[in-house]
Design a protein around this ligand. Structure first.
Ligand code: GLU
Length: 510
């Protein structure tokens, strides 16, 4: 590689960030880091009709959460600013006009009605393509058909126009995709795409080529849905800058529905009950909130890991990768050509593995926030860390820490009486009464000491330890769940343990 590696993620700010989008960012990012290159985020907002307020900030929040930090962007600045295409509007027109001068593009003045009539006409002819292309363009209202003075007159009278690329038929256009190898296109099937719109904004086709050139992009990785546009882009590169300047391209495979039947969409997520967006997205028009992986309780490390292996592997059986390992091992050539099925159960497995693997400190604050939201006050972070250590093996999502750990902070309001009742008698009642006073005498309040006191007393009273432990657990937790009961008692402390026994004894009426 001779050129400095410069890659870009080029989202259109139109709504929530789909996990496929994050995977595109990730592959760009890994490639840049591996080759000591730059990772650029460029906002492609030339389609004003699809623009959604707030979507841009949201994209940067998602990248921040994922730990995918751009070197250059709207938010981070950089030598090729502005990084928002709407602010670069003036730089595109001259390229479109250059193409006209060189005979590779033309002005088209067709109205919506004329375009509709064209499609009707093609339909009536039984044509299987309704595109604006070499077959029909000489019948349309454009500078190819009009006399130069007619065109000039229309321009002088400010008649609205678009600029279209002129695709020559019977040519073959090819390039080598880093994932898919050699790809050829027959220009007979390529339409004369609009390059510059009537509002003076470029379309994606013109803007992506011009900006990839001006921003010195060396490699462009984008979704496979852009493959059909590749011939237009290749021709633009050829006409404007020379093919040797064109970045190397890779078209990334789709992320598929769990059954492999088509692209995974937001609707599939709603239907099957899992998120497809990185973070919660609130539609500014409808206020509808679409759930994200973050808020559902995913760790960014797990999210990145599960996305990395959706369509890529390093050739071994390894599944858990840190970002550093991914940077080290990633190669775009090992990305599969075929789409990757999304499996939410597997996604949760990754999160569980990462909850166990990561140092508790790295996500304690997130769990704390969750507990605060649930109404717990004055949380001692040392205690919370201990709680997380005790229950983390039982948690798949960060939100599970509430279910698994709330009783360390809030005493149970109800008890699993159905489990206690058959085992309850005067002997047990007396046991717990005595246990309270024995607890008061324990000097060093830890699980071993508590277990000792508990078991000695049980043996003395000739009671079954298993039954007592089950009841003790329900007294402390309310249910039969949770980690080792003496560890629970240690963590909630001596006073709280005695209070909970006392409270339970008053509560039980059997
Ligand atoms: N703006 C395009 C999109 O949102 C970018 C495609 C590309 O990376 O070239 O999909």
């Amino acid at each position: 590689m001779t050129k400095k590696v410069r890659v870009r993620f080029a989202p259109s700010p139109t709504g929530g960030l789909h996990l496929g989008g994050v995977r595109t960012v990730l592959f760009n990012y890994l490639f840049a880091k591996k080759h000591n290159g730059d990772f650029i985020v460029r906002i492609e907002d030339t389609d004003q009709a699809r623009y959604v307020a707030g979507a841009e900030e949201y994209i940067f929040d998602c990248l921040e959460w994922c730990g995918l930090h751009p070197n250059e962007s709207v938010a981070h600045g950089g030598p090729y600013a502005p990084y928002r295409q709407s602010e670069r509007k003036d730089s595109y027109k001259k390229y479109a006009e250059q193409l006209i001068k060189d005979g590779h593009a033309y002005y088209a003045f067709d109205t919506t009605e004329e375009l509709e009539a064209m499609r009707e006409k093609l339909k009536a002819k039984g044509s299987n393509s309704l595109q604006y292309d070499h077959r029909i363009r000489m019948e349309m209202n454009n500078s190819l058909r009009l006399l130069p003075e007619e065109t000039q007159q229309l321009l002088d009278t400010n008649t609205p126009y678009v600029i279209r690329i002129k695709i020559n038929p019977n040519e073959s256009v090819s390039f080598t995709d880093m994932i898919r190898g050699d790809i050829n296109f027959d220009t007979n099937y390529v339409d004369d795409k609009v390059l510059l719109k009537a509002d003076g904004m470029p379309t994606y086709h013109l803007a992506v080529v011009v900006d990839d050139y001006l921003m010195k992009i060396s490699h462009a990785f984008r979704g496979e849905e852009w493959l059909p546009s590749a011939p237009v882009h290749i021709l633009l590169w050829k006409y404007l800058f020379g093919l040797h300047e064109m970045p190397q391209w890779a078209h990334l495979p789709l992320i598929l529905k769990p059954d492999g039947n088509g692209k995974l969409s937001k609707r599939d997520g709603d239907r099957l009950g899992f998120p497809v967006y990185a973070m919660d997205w609130k539609d500014p028009k409808t206020s509808e909130i679409t759930k994200g992986f973050k808020e559902l309780g995913f760790l960014p490390e797990a999210f990145i890991n599960l996305l990395a292996v959706l369509g890529w592997n390093d050739g071994s059986e390894q599944e858990i990768f840190t970002m550093e390992e991914l940077i080290d091992k990633f190669s775009i050539e090992r990305v599969h050509k075929g789409g990757a099925k999304f499996d939410f159960e597997k996604a949760k497995w990754f999160n569980h593995e990462w909850i166990k693997k990561l140092a508790v400190d790295s996500y304690m604050m997130t769990v704390k926030q969750l507990f605060v939201q649930k109404g717990v006050k004055n949380i001692d972070e040392g205690k919370l860390t201990k709680v997380i250590e005790l229950v983390k093996d039982r948690c798949t999502l960060l939100t599970d820490f509430w279910e698994q750990g709330h009783f360390f902070f809030t005493p149970p309001k109800t008890f699993d009486e159905a489990s206690i009742q058959p085992k309850w008698d005067e002997g047990k009642k007396e046991f717990f009464n005595v246990l309270m006073s024995k607890c008061a005498d324990v000097q060093i309040w830890d699980a071993v000491a508590i277990e000792n006191v508990f078991k000695t007393l049980a043996t003395e009273k000739k009671l079954k330890i298993g039954e007592l432990q089950m009841i003790f657990r329900i007294i402390l937790v309310g249910t039969k769940m949770g980690p080792q009961v003496f560890a629970i008692a240690e963590t909630i402390g001596k006073q709280e343990t005695t209070d909970r026994i006392n409270n339970a004894l008053h509560h039980f009426y059997f």
